[in-house]
Design a protein around this ligand. Structure first.
Ligand code: ADP
Ligand code: MG
Length: 333
């Protein structure tokens, strides 16, 4: 049996400061996080998120090491989410990772946040070669692996699906994060309110939909019906483009990941298109759908075992790093 490798991973791309520890033999061992909540009515300010991460990092790290219950020097590598994300928030996690790696004299491993969502979900669901639908506050991307890269088959042309739900919720005085609040109201609504459906080629565009939904709010449309209609239109756009990508790639598995993957109506729509195409449907367990350190720690094992690490002095964060720019040496062809 190969000897066990252990990675500690730090997530800090946006709202979450998280530390996970994962083992090549036993998967996720530890996952601790603290989530920044913006003041009521406001979005995430990058400086405020970074300040939150600075303040929370010591207690999250202490708790993670307590739960690890082994000596800290049994960690073989320290990893961090190098991008994409909010610059100040990313730099906070990177600074903690650099300090830890230097102090422990262990390699520093760069991890791409979106790939980390996909890899942990693959581990937990058993999906091997899926069409991935990644929907969160940072991404709306339909992707599949081919020839050492994740290839993008469709994405948003403007704001993300998570952003659409969060901003609409904010405008409606619903609590943050907006996705769960919109979901629970949508379950109580039923009347369909007409909203613009915008698919261009295999990409989606949500900004006009957001503007139209905000206008309907000002017209005093029922909020439950509006939440229901917003979900129906936005999720149908994602389902249509996902179905085309599925027909094109002929993948036999569909994997739904990212914070918005927790939404039951979206899960239902995507499982229906998977079923139509005789593909198995997988969704990331809710516990790990949002950002967390476990995603970074597990993916770091794959990256590190492929021989990839980065020198501290070269470990700049990459706020705009695209997932199709990352070479993936560890996946089977
Ligand atoms: N039940 C839900 N329905 C719809 N959206 C949800 C639900 N739960 C969380 N979300 C959304 O997921 C997004 C956060 O995704 P996450 O992957 O944690 O962060 P990031 O986008 O920073 O990577 C937010 O936009 C949030 O509103
Ligand atoms: Mg995320």
């Amino acid at each position: 049996m190969a000897s066990e490798i252990i990675c500690l991973g730090i997530e800090s791309t946006a709202h979450t400061f998280g530390i996970g520890i994962a083992s090549s033999e036993n998967g996720v061992l530890v996952d601790v996080k603290s989530v920044y909540k913006p003041p009521f009515g406001a979005g995430i300010h990058p400086r405020e998120a970074a300040q939150h991460h600075c303040e929370e990092a010591p207690s999250v790290l202490n708790q993670a090491l307590k739960e690890f219950s082994r000596k800290i020097d049994s960690v073989d590598a320290v990893a961090f989410s190098m991008g994409p994300g909010l610059g100040p928030a990313l730099r906070t996690g990177a600074t903690v990772a650099r300090a830890l790696a230097t102090w422990l004299n262990k390699p520093l491993v760069p991890v791409h946040h979106a790939i980390a969502h996909i890899e942990l979900a693959s581990l937990l669901t058993g999906a091997k070669d899926p069409l991935v639908i990644l929907v969160s506050g940072g991404h709306t991307t339909i992707t599949a692996y081919a020839d050492r890269r994740w290839r993008v088959f469709g994405e948003t042309e403007d704001i993300t699906l998570g952003n659409l739900l969060d901003v609409f919720a904010r405008e409606s005085s619903l609590p943050s994060p907006g996705g769960p609040a919109v979901e629970s109201l949508a379950k109580k609504g039923g009347k369909f309110i007409d909203l613009p459906y915008v698919v261009k080629g295999n990409d989606v565009s949500f900004s006009g939909l957001l503007t139209a939904a905000k206008k309907k709010l000002q017209m005093n449309c029922d909020l439950k019906d509006l939440c229901h209609s917003l979900q129906e239109v936005a999720f149908s756009m994602v389902a249509e483009t996902s179905e085309r990508a599925l027909a094109f790639t002929e993948k036999k598995e569909v994997l739904l990941v990212g914070g918005v993957a927790a939404n039951e109506r979206l899960q239902q729509m995507i499982s229906e298109i998977a079923c139509e195409h005789n593909a198995s449907f997988y969704v990331v367990p809710k516990r790990y759908s949002g950002d967390c350190g476990a995603q970074i720690a597990w993916t770091a094992l794959l990256v590190y075992r492929s021989g990839i690490e980065i020198k501290v002095e070269k470990s700049y964060v990459k706020p705009k790093w695209r997932l199709d720019q990352v070479a993936i040496p560890w996946r089977d062809e």
